[in-house]
Design a protein around this ligand. Structure first.
Ligand code: ADP
Length: 246
């Protein structure tokens, strides 16, 4: 499978400490690629480098023929590489539908702080309804984000990322903090929205990785320790040893 997102020699230093160290990554087009590894392995840092939230100390990230390294997150998202929003960026007082309408309008991150009630948002009505239905929030469209359950908030984050209709969707620990029921619902949801896209996810829960990932990259101490299908990775003695040390 051709790689749609690539990193070459990617590194990030924090005051001399290499959190990500000379990483090459090939994300296959149309697949689900999981980034795993023990705590502190550099998964979040790598994720932030891929999405432009951090600038690399060295190396590059490309998406097709586009150079992504050095570009701001909004630009990267507009090119087609979008990450799910964090719950902290939801507004307690806005409804699920208003959030999706904002995202459809192109509102991202800080831009949202300047949002004013805008009657024109209604023009996104059908698209907003579709997106909310996709993440199973149709019945909660008019509920304020502050009143949504944890699982529903995470589903709303996913709808916001999908509003950008990304080619590559990056999900940072989509099942973190969830009970078994929400984990199952999230796996089912990701399985559905991956259609026609490439998904990259950072995930701790190995059952989730086993059910979703076509390719797994294991990081340890900022470097790629092993890579391949889950069935191979889980038997790799280096991977087993890395996790036992966690
Ligand atoms: P993971 O997501 O795999 O748990 P992280 O990418 O969060 O790992 O962190 C990798 C390493 O980099 C850790 O040792 C962490 O303490 C360090 N680190 C991450 N972000 C920063 C930062 N902003 N400043 C200093 N050190 C950081």
């Amino acid at each position: 499978m051709a790689a749609v997102l690539r990193a070459r020699g990617l590194a990030k230093e924090f005051r001399g400490f290499r959190a990500v160290d000379d990483v090459d990554l090939d994300v296959p087009e149309g697949g689900v690629h999981a980034l795993v590894g023990p705590n502190g392995a550099g998964k979040t840092t790598l994720f932030n480098l891929l999405t432009g939230f951090l600038r690399p100390t060295a190396g590059r990230v490309t998406f097709g023929e586009h150079e992504l390294s050095g570009r701001p997150p909004e630009r990267i998202a507009r090119l087609g590489v979008a990450r799910s929003f964090q719950i902290t960026s939801l507004f307690a007082q806005l409804t699920a539908r208003e959030h999706v309408e904002l995202a459809l309008q192109g509102g991202t991150g800080l831009g949202w702080r300047f949002w004013r009630s805008d009657k024109r948002l209604g023009r996104f009505g059908d698209r907003a309804r579709d997106l909310l239905a996709q993440v199973r929030l149709a019945d909660l469209a008019d509920t304020r984000a502050g009143a949504l359950s944890y699982g529903h908030k995470r589903a709303l984050e996913l709808a916001l990322a999908l509003a950008l209709d990304p080619k590559v969707l990056l999900l940072d620990e989509p099942t973190a903090g969830m009970g078994a029921e929400d984990v199952d619902a999230t796996v089912e949801l990701i399985g559905r929205v991956r259609d026609g896209r490439t998904v990259v996810l950072v995930e701790h829960n190995m059952n989730v990785v086993a059910s979703l990932a076509d390719k797994v990259t294991v990081l340890q101490s900022g470097r790629v320790l092993a890579e391949g299908p889950y069935a191979e990775i889980r038997r790799d003695p280096r991977v087993v040893a890395a996790y036992l040390g966690d």
